[in-house]
Design a protein around this ligand. Structure first.
Ligand code: NAD
Length: 441
């Protein structure tokens, strides 16, 4: 069996590689020539644990190919997955220009029956637009080639993407076509040996399922952040509250950590896009609007704590940051809280020096030399007036406290991920601020 995947970002590259892992032949297509040239040599453009070796292995087995030529990839393919970006447009809606440009390309070049699958996160009605775009091109060519469309949203998490793809909780497929259903069932069968289901549904429901999943997770995070801020006012501890509610099986423990706000390439844009879809349909998603507001506010909480500690004067203060990526195990900084915090610190006159185990190149690409970068976590705090913890990388969890004490100018930590125990910090004489717990001054 042979398939094509268009877009070799987090989703396209992981999906293509994992499909190749099952023995089928996969051609990955991208417009980015440098990316494709590197991928052909086994150099991957992102940090994703386990991905590089899996890509190399499948290239060497002649099952995984890379090209910038979509036409070339179509020959013999039974299905083509569209996995290009859908960034937010100016009004918050998903920008479909890349998805529809791929659809037109497919229409221009396809020569035999094909299942065209949208894997990108796309608003309701997109599969219909894809179908029209392909059909328009076929009409222009004056040919009659049958094809079907399907919606197959992706639920993988960056940092655990391979495991999520190989062992998914569920596969969601929206299609009206029995033939498309058969092709996709055959493709996904190897990933469902754990008896997790393929959930077949109509296309609009599949498109909405992806947004609803991300909106629900973002809601959990904002809800807990809101409660965390209340905890600080009334003297409660959000980590205790979390344990108290998480043990209720109706609620569960996941996604109820308080922190510095959600970021990444998905939650912020998908929450915005769902609000937009709803507004366009004259329905106001009030809960989701509040989720977004709370998150915007939360991204400033660490900065506000820092300002308060230094009596609203950060002029000339050296502030060290541990963590830049929006979460651990990825170098992705799209919509990362670190970007908001850095911007505010610089505007307030602080000198910022950061360390992140993998995201520093990405940070340099995004914000250049606005901040300094350290070789390791201890170099970052050398002579710093305070340390801010922004991403909960494992290596920050048990630091060498003696070294920390010697290197920092002041024993001040402002922790956006609650990774230390406030009792320990008090015992050891630190000034320690965290989220939704008793602050120790
Ligand atoms: P990405 O930005 O990492 O990658 C997109 C790729 O598509 C880029 O390499 C780009 O060069 C390529 N591209 C753009 N136009 C193209 C064209 N016309 N032809 C060929 N290639 C083209 O994006 P991503 O993070 O992989 O996300 C892709 C989609 O999947 C988005 O809709 C996103 O919301 C969704 N999604 C992402 C994740 C995630 O964790 N990143 C998870 C689930 C779903």
């Amino acid at each position: 069996m042979k398939i094509s995947i268009v877009g070799t970002g987090y989703v396209g590259l992981v999906s293509g590689t994992c499909f190749a892992e099952t023995g089928i032949t996969v051609t990955c297509v991208d417009v980015d020539k440098t990316k494709i040239a590197n991928l052909k040599k086994g150099i991957i453009p992102i940090f994703e644990p386990g991905l590089e070796s899996m890509v190399s292995k499948n290239i060497n087995s002649n099952r995984l190919f890379f090209t910038t030529n979509l036409q070339e990839s179509l020959s013999g393919s039974e299905a083509i997955f569209i996995a290009v970006g859908t960034p937010p447009d100016e009004d918050g809606s998903a920008d479909l220009q890349y998805v529809l440009s791929v659809a037109r390309e497919i229409g221009k070049h396809m020569t035999e029956y094909l299942v065209i699958v949208t894997k990108s996160t796309v608003p309701i009605g997109t599969a219909k637009k894809v179908k029209t775009a392909v059909q328009d091109e076929l009409n222009k060519r004056g040919v009659n080639i049958p094809f079907d469309v399907a919606s197959n949203p992706e639920f993988l998490k960056e940092g655990a993407a391979i495991d999520d793809f190989l062992r998914p909780d569920r596969i969601v497929i929206g299609t009206e076509s029995e033939k498309a259903k058969e092709v996709l069932e055959k493709l996904y069968k190897p990933f469902l040996l754990n008896n997790h289901p393929i959930v077949f549904m109509d296309i609009p429901s599949a498109e909405l399922t992806k947004y609803t999943a991300n909106a629900m997770l973002a809601t959990k995070i904002s809800f807990m952040n809101d409660i965390a801020n209340l905890c600080e006012i009334v003297g409660a501890d959000i980590t205790k509250v979390r344990q108290g509610i998480g043990s209720d099986s109706r609620i569960g423990y996941s996604f109820i950590y308080a922190g510095a706000g959600y970021g990444g390439s998905c939650f912020p844009k998908d929450v915005k896009a769902l609000i937009k879809t709803s507004d366009t349909n004259k329905h106001s998603l009030e809960i989701l609007k509040a989720v977004e507001d709370v998150n915007e506010r939360q991204k400033s909480v660490l900065f506000n704590k820092t300002m308060k500690h230094f009596n609203n004067n950060l002029e000339g203060k050296k502030i060290a940051l541990w963590g830049l990526s929006f979460k651990p195990n990825t170098d992705d900084m799209r919509e990362a809280p670190a970007l908001v915090i850095i911007d505010k610190l610089i505007k307030a006159g602080a000198d910022v020096i950061a360390f992140d185990p993998v995201a520093m190149n990405e940070s340099k690409r995004r914000i250049g030399k606005n901040i300094k970068y350290a070789q390791d976590q201890y170099e970052a705090i050398n002579g710093a007036d305070a340390l801010l913890i922004i991403t909960e990388w494992n290596e920050f969890r048990i630091p060498e406290w003696n070294k920390m004490e010697k290197l920092l100018n002041n024993k001040v930590i402002i922790d956006g991920r609650n990774i230390y125990d406030p009792n320990d910090m008090q015992k050891w004489g630190w000034t320690y601020y965290s989220i939704g717990r008793n602050n120790i001054e």
